[in-house]
Ligand binder design. Structure first.
Ligand SMILES: [Mg+2]
Length: 441
């Protein structure tokens, strides 16, 4: 399969390709029957450790490179002295050059460190460097961290979830996007998503909206949710931090009878007390977290009891290491984890490994055919094994090969990065109100 002709998720053309795995992997509908009979599904056979694993010094970091590729992703490639290559993703949408600057600094300092000591490298980058946290430094660290987990899995011959405590589920629920920055045609798109195998979608709740807008500005939002749900699919609504408090409480009340899956960023991060007020006014689950970095950022929201779902973005929050810790911390507050992931294949694979190994995982975002993937670039463009992300019954199956479990076309990535370097990196659109005032994206 060509890297530029992604497998149409939802089709059945992969059945024959997957037949060899049928002894181990069952269709989603059969899983519960098997489990309910008390039959334990066998763990996939792990590969042998990489030949370099027993060679002293072979796991030392030899090179760290980064590649900006369209539509808007930043990949990190780390190679060890033993020739093991790990890939990570530190995409920070609209701030590519800032993360690349941080990665340049990081790359210089980590040559010669043992790639297997992920926690030590994390501690060095986070703790030793005095200034810490925030979206730029943490996205760079995330890209490095994800690549290190990929290396560790490949060196030991096991999938990343095996290193995170083993699998707790065979499949991870996912959702796709409908509508764009300014939601429209969502019903037709939701029908397409359903045909593609999704059972859940997410859409923006509103277009850009004034601080105090007409109550009628919310009517279309309610109508869209009702219409999407009428086709038999669940929908989360992303307020995107666009809706201020006075409008958010009206919108939550209007949506409540139609039972959205969740409302996301109903207020901007930082408004912990105001979120708590909203939380107490609605029965709709409240999700937030794509703009929080590390456990420390999440802590006030957990302690205030103002969210039901934490949405760490694995490419920003601190990679696999920190996202796993956020998830464990959230469980103590009865908060579910829904990794935010409108990004590339590496961030998506890394998020799934959290899902396969984490009890309070609920659902993961999937960027396949989302509105930001333009110009012919999409989730599978750089993959040579896109079938591993096949959606069935609203979920994606276990990733089974060592490391992250995805294979990339490195030549294509290098060629595309050389082209993309000549272009201005992706930046988010600018919205203004009728008075000219800049509004939230
Ligand atoms: Mg969002």
């Amino acid at each position: 399969m060509s890297a530029n002709s992604p497998q149409p998720i939802g089709s059945t053309t992969l059945a024959s390709e997957q037949s060899a795995q049928q002894a181990v992997y069952l269709p989603p509908s059969d899983l519960s029957k098997k489990y309910n009979k008390g039959i334990h599904l066998p763990t996939p056979t792990s590969a042998a450790p990489h030949p370099s694993a027993s060679v002293p010094g072979s796991t030392k970091i030899k090179t760290i490179e980064n590649f900006y590729v369209r539509p808007r992703w930043l990949f990190v490639r780390i190679e060890t002295e033993g020739g093991v290559v790990g890939w990570g993703e530190g995409t920070l949408e609209g701030h590519t050059e800032a993360v690349q600057g941080s990665l340049k600094d990081v790359a210089r300092r980590l040559i010669g460190w043992d790639a297997m000591n992920i926690e030590e490298i994390y501690t060095y980058l986070y703790r030793h460097r005095f200034y810490r946290g925030g979206e730029v430094l943490m996205s760079a660290m995330s890209g490095v961290d994800i690549a290190l987990w990929d290396i560790k899995g490949k060196v030991l011959g096991v999938p990343v979830w095996e290193l995170l405590g083993g699998k707790i589920r065979e499949r991870c629920d996912v959702y796709g996007w409908v509508g764009g920055d300014r939601p429209s045609d969502v019903v037709e798109q939701a029908k397409v998503r359903k045909a593609q195998g999704f059972t859940r979608v997410k859409m923006n709740a509103t277009e850009s909206i004034g601080w105090l807008d007409s109550p009628h500005a919310l009517d279309d939002t309610v109508k869209r949710l009702a219409e999407v749900k009428a086709i038999g699919i669940d929908a989360g609504l992303d307020f995107h931090g666009r809706v201020h408090k006075g409008m958010a409480k009206q919108l939550a009340a209007a949506l409540e009878p139609h039972r959205p899956l969740f409302i996301e960023e109903p207020l901007l991060p930082g408004h912990v007390n105001e979120l708590k007020d909203l939380y107490n006014k609605t029965t709709i689950p409240i999700a937030l977290g794509e703009r929080l970095f590390t456990r420390l950022d999440c802590r006030p929201y957990f302690e205030a009891g103002c969210i039901d779902i934490i949405q760490p973005d694995i490419a920003h929050a601190g990679g696999i290491s920190e996202t796993k810790k956020i998830a464990i911390m959230a469980e103590a507050y009865d908060i579910g984890v829904a990794p935010h992931c409108p990004l590339g294949p590496l961030a998506f694979a890394a998020s799934l490994h959290i899902g396969f190994s984490t009890p309070n995982f609920v659902v993961c975002e999937m960027s396949w055919k989302m509105h930001y993937n333009t110009g012919g670039f999409d989730l599978f463009t750089y993959m040579t094994n896109p079938d591993v992300f096949k959606v069935e019954g609203g979920s994606v199956g276990l990733l089974t090969t060592p490391g992250l479990g995805i294979e990339l076309d490195e030549d294509l990535i290098r060629r595309e990065a050389a082209e993309a370097e000549k272009l201005e990196p992706w930046i988010n659109p600018l919205f203004r109100g009728d008075d000219g005032m800049i509004r939230e994206w």
